[in-house]
Design a binder for this molecule. Sequence first.
Ligand code: HEM
Length: 558
Amino acid sequence: MPSAIHLIFSIICATTTPLICLTFYYVFVVPRFNPLQKLAGPSVRTLFGNHLSFVLNPYRSPKAHALFVEKYGRHVRIRGLGPWDVRLLPLDPVSVAHVLKHSTIYEKPWQSRRLITSLIGCGMLAAEGIMHKRQRRVATPAFSIQNLRSIVPVVFSKGNEFQAKWYEILDSSEDASKGVEIDVCHWISRATFDVIGLAGFDYHFNAIQNESDELFHAYKEMFEIAVSQCDGIRTVVGIHIPLFNELFPDERTKTIKRCQGVIQRVAGRLIQQKKSRIMEGEKTGAGYSGKDLLTLLIKSNLATDLPPDQRISDEDILHNINTFMFAGSDTTSLALTWTLLLLAKHPESQHRLRTELLEVMPSTPVSRLTTEEIESLYNAVSNLPYLNDVARESLRLIPPVHSSLRVATQDDDIPTSYPVHLRDGTTSDQKCIRVSKGSFVHVPVEAFNLDKEMWGQDAWDFNPDRWVNLPEAASALPGLFSNLLTFSAGPRSCIGMRFSMIEMKVFLYILLTNFVFCETKKEIFKANVVLTRPYVVGQYKAGSQCPLLVKRYTGEDC
Ligand code: HEM
């Protein structure tokens, strides 16, 4: 018997010792030789302490970033999940631009890509390399200025429906003259879902009217589960061993599977119907005139000048429709929600914007305008200077995507334009930073937009007038949109930027010419839950919400 115990003990030791040694090596030894260790950065108090809350929590991040720059310069060494996870936090525009431009060297980490893929499939948001290039190439024509013009009437019609629904709510209230408290976050999210459903794949969610559509439910439930607080350990295990979720599904896994089943069935059928209509149109020579993103995506994929090896599969098309739903609905609705909150907090800006918008308002109600008249109204609205400045200022101050993460797929030298502070208190005179393969780079979207050295001492304040005369340092910043990182930059920047700008401007036009927005007594705070969302102080568990007092505009402001 003792020899049997001895044998078992020896086997356990023989198998676990190499595992323990290997873990020790990767967790404690390898990170010591990471070149990023030479950089200055905040210390950690405990063995497994980290700095994630400083760089991810919008309540702390602006102050933390400013302090980091002051103490450690613009290339900061921070710790991610644990001692093995040494990260670079670049606050130097030249370094950030390099990382975002070289998207083949700096990829999205496989962990986040796997998590996204497990929800919405491997669409443009999660794909890398050739697969991403192919998908982006096929989708790009759908997002051209020319093609997006056709979504303008759709957005106006949904905006009108939205306005009518809110009139109904206000009219049914006993004392609407004082304003009715409405959770604008929830309502705008319903409206943006409707817009992306119609403009994205010609599908009527009808979410402004009610929230009963099967496909709407499936998407909503799945996205809500994706951002809900969950068992962290289970998520980590699920990412590393996907089979685990298959073998031992919890409620979350089962719900996601059920929602995916509905999406596959309903959206999959829509894709097949659309494809056969397009092919039928080509055969008869009559063509198919659909202008939604799905039609344009399928047409671009079937284009005769596209080599067969550059085409994407039907499955990829479904994954990209899911991706547009995921990436395009909440982001835009949050951008609009934050803009309304900022305008409620700054009644003088709200008044000025409304006055500007009313100047281009036609005498005929929007619901009775022809398509040409709507297009001409949109041209007038989209060129209004103060509307432009308010939209840019809101997207600068509260970017819905707070930050992003990249991982180096090879050793690289990141160029710098500021002195690099080292851990030993000296400053490096080299104009670059060595990054080794596997290191993470935290892309600080919000920090970039709020940098006082670039944007001026009032960078944390809402001041749309700053755009009339930007500081020189700010005008030199990279960024897909208005020197901001809100839509990122480079080959992985937001493909839907123009789409969301149309939506934002049209909705702001309709909402501000019809309603007045004031703050309630409830205090709103920002939390980064995949996206930067509003919550009521003391009601975090109730979920994201942004209650505002809404009144009909009858010639008087707040
Ligand atoms: C205010 C609204 C929006 C904001 C702030 C926003 C922001 C962003 C950001 C920051 C990224 C880069 C993410 C990363 O690097 O991790 C991104 C990517 C993306 N966005 Fe948007 N987005 C918005 C609206 C939209 C809309 C309306 C659509 C589609 C209809 C869309 C589709 C996408 C897609 C497909 C990607 C992935 C692009 C790629 O990797 O090639 N977004 N967005």
